[in-house]
Write a protein that binds this ligand. Structure first.
Ligand code: NI
Length: 171
């Protein structure tokens, strides 16, 4: 199975707001499999369709991505219905924001509604790590990166570095 290219900041496509998935067909199933494989290979704990160039509301995640302990979750048209509490997500990172980590304030627990890859309604009440990953990935589907949640000063540390690197590469 061929892997998908993960877009990285400052690619404008990462600002895309995903559209609801209307048809869960064979093509989408294949795309979901490729997304999962791409996430495991990266490796990462979550991947949203927008990060791999598809403007559809779809994400995959697995907070135990080790080879023998995998538990893949596929969420189509996910929505945060309720959020509670506050937690500091320490050293949060993102496959689309390479070589940068920062602390991000997140809700401690979230209630998420979605459908699974077979189109069955799904209701998830999660907290801690799983809640953080879901907030991060659902943000991607609204064109938001974790660096949009940190202070302007910290964000500039990263954006300046990226600009410098792009200049060296002559692009
Ligand atoms: Ni991310």
């Amino acid at each position: 199975m061929s892997l998908l290219d993960i877009l990285t900041y400052p690619d404008d496509f990462l600002k895309t707001a995903a559209k609801p998935v209307e048809n869960i067909d064979g093509r989408l199933q294949t795309f979901i499999d490729r997304m999962a494989e791409t996430m495991y290979q990266a490796p990462g704990v979550g991947l949203a369709a927008v990060q791999v160039g598809l403007d559809q509301s779809l994400l995959v995640y697995d907070i135990c991505p080790q080879e023998n302990d995998r538990q893949l979750h596929v969420l189509i048209n996910p929505k945060i219905i309720a959020a509670e509490g506050e937690i500091l997500s320490e050293d949060e990172g993102c496959l689309s924001v390479p070589e940068f980590r920062a602390n991000v304030k997140r809700a401690q627990s979230v209630l998420v509604e979605a459908v699974d890859r077979d189109g069955n309604p799904l209701r998830l009440e999660v907290e801690g790590m799983q809640a953080i990953v879901l907030q991060h990935e659902i943000d991607h589907l609204q064109g938001t990166l974790f660096i949009d949640h940190i202070s302007a000063l910290k964000r500039q540390m990263y954006t300046r570095r990226v600009k410098k690197q792009l200049k060296y590469q002559g692009s």
